[in-house]
Design a protein around this ligand. Structure first.
Ligand SMILES: *Cc1c(COP(=O)(O)O)cnc(C)c1O
Length: 359
C-alpha cells in the first residue's frame, strides 16, 4: 500500500559543509528525519521534515521503563546515482520481532521500507560514493506516554535518522572472554535490538578495556562455556575444517551481516557450521594451529578482525591477514551493497524516484 507521507524540505542543505573524505562516525546527520506516531491504534502523522530537536516530557515512559528499540542499516548509491538499500525486509522483520518482545506496536513492513525510500530520495546527496563508505540509517522506536508507573506505553514514536559514514578502518581487536557478567540469558531479550541491552553492556566493556582489550566476548549465561557474540557483532571462527559460528539460539542478535556472510562463505565453497561453539573447542583449535582467522560481523564495521582472545589469564594470538578470508568477505559485501558486484541473492533494493509520491 502507498502511505501518504507529508514532506517538508529543509530550506538549505548542509551537505556542502561535510568533508566526505573524513566523516566521524555517529555525529553527522543528514538534513531530514522521518517521524511517525502511534496513537494507540495506528501509525499517524507520517512525516519527513528537517532534523530538529524534539521536546519531550520528563515522564516520557521510554526513559523510565526502557521501551526503546532500534535498527541499523546501510545504504549505498549505484554508479548511475540510484540509492540502494541492503536487505531492508530483514531489517523490517527484525524491528518487528524486537517490537513484539518489548510489547511495542509493529510497523507494517511496507511502511518501514517506504519511509526509508522516501528519506533516501530526499537525502540522496548524503549517500557517500567512496568504496567502504555508506549512509547509515538508524530506525528507532520509543514509548512516548507521559506516565509514571510500570505498564506498557500506549503511544510510541518511530523515527529514522540518516548519518553518512566513512570507511571504518578498524584495527584488529582483542576480546576478553567474560565469565562473570552476561549479556543475554535464555528467555531474556538478547535477540531484540532493545536499547537496554547496550546500556547493560557498558560496564563489563569498560572493565575489559581497563584490562587492555577492546571488547567483551559474551558467553552463555548458565555455564560460561559457549560463545554468544561480541560487542555488537556476531562472531565467526575460521578453522582448518570449517567456519564455525554460534547458532541463533534466542540469546544472540540475528545479524543480517551474519546471514549474508554465511551465504557468501557457502558461495565460495566454505563449509559453515551454525551450532553451539564452546570456548574450549576454540582454544584447542588454536593450540593445534588450526584456528586460522577470527572475526566479528555487523552493519557498522561490516567485518572486524579479532587478533587476540584473553581467556583464563592467558592471551591467545590469532593471525589477522590483510588479504585473508575476512578481507575477502568485507570487500564482497561492500561491493554487493554498492552495486559494484553481482547481486546473486537479490539483497540489493534499488530506490527509484516515484514522482507521484515525491511531488
Ligand atoms: C546489530 C547487532 C549485531 C549485528 O547485526 P547486523 O544486522 O549484522 O548489523 C550483532 N550483535 C548485536 C548485539 C547487535 O546489536
Amino acid at each position: 500500500m502507498a502511505y501518504s507521507i507529508k514532506i517538508t524540505k529543509a530550506a538549505q542543505s548542509k551537505v556542502s559543509e561535510v568533508d566526505f573524505s573524513n566523516i566521524p562516525f555517529g555525529k553527522i546527520f543528514s538534513d531530514h528525519i522521518f517521524v511517525a506516531d502511534y496513537d494507540g491504534k495506528q501509525w499517524t502523522n507520517l512525516e519527513i521534515k528537517p532534523l530538529e530537536k524534539m521536546p519531550l516530557h520528563p515522564a516520557t515512559m521510554a526513559w523510565h521503563y526502557g521501551q526503546a528499540i532500534f535498527e541499523g542499516m546501510k545504504a549505498g548509491k549505484s554508479a548511475d546515482g540510484v540509492p540502494l538499500l541492503f536487505r531492508p525486509q530483514l531489517h523490517a522483520q527484525r524491528m518487528n520481532a524486537s517490537a513484539k518482545r518489548m510489547c511495542m506496536p509493529e510497523i507494517p513492513e511496507d511502511l518501514f521500507i517506504q519511509a526509508l525510500e522516501q528519506l533516501l530520495l530526499i537525502d540522496k546527496d548524503w549517500i557517500p560514493t567512496q568504496s567502504d563508505s555508506a549512509l547509515y540509517l538508524r530506525p528507532v522506536m520509543m514509548a512516548t506516554d507521559e506516565f509514571i508507573g510500570v505498564r506498557s506505553s500506549e503511544t510510541f514514536r518511530f523515527m529514522i535518522l540518516a548519518l553518512p559514514s566513512g570507511p571504518y578502518y578498524n584495527k584488529p581487536v582483542g576480546l576478553w572472554v567474560e565469565e562473570h557478567f552476561v549479556r543475554a540469558a535464555d528467555g531474556g531479550v538478547g535477540e531484540a535490538k532493545a536499547a537496554g541491552n547496550y546500556g547493560a553492556a557498558l560496564y563489563p566493556t569498560k572493565l575489559a578495556r581497563d584490562k587492555g582489550y577492546d571488547q567483551v566476548m559474551w558467553m552463555d549465561a548458565r555455564d560460561f562455556k559457549y560463545v554468544q557474540e561480541s560487542g555488537t557483532m556476531n562472531v565467526f571462527f575460521l578453522t582448518k575444517n570449517a567456519v564455525l559460528t554460534p547458532n541463533l539460539s534466542g540469546t544472540i542478535l540475528r545479524g543480517i551481516t551474519r546471514d549474508s556472510i554465511i551465504q557468501i562463505l557457502k558461495d565460495n565453497g566454505y563449509k559453515v557450521e551454525e551450532r553451539p561453539v564452546s570456548i574450549d573447542e576454540i582454544i584447542e583449535a588454536h593450540t593445534k594451529g588450526e584456528l586460522l582467522e577470527v572475526f566479528g560481523t555487523g552493519t557498522a564495521a561490516v567485518i572486524a578482525q579479532i587478533h587476540r582472545i584473553g581467556y583464563h589469564g592467558k592471551d591467545y594470538h590469532i593471525n589477522a591477514p590483510e588479504d585473508g578470508v575476512a578481507a575477502m568477505l568485507k570487500s564482497s559485501i561492500n561491493g554487493i551493497r554498492q552495486g559494484r558486484l553481482q547481486d546473486k541473492h537479490d539483497w540489493v533494493w534499488p530506490v527509484e524516484q516515484k514522482s507521484a509520491v515525491l511531488a
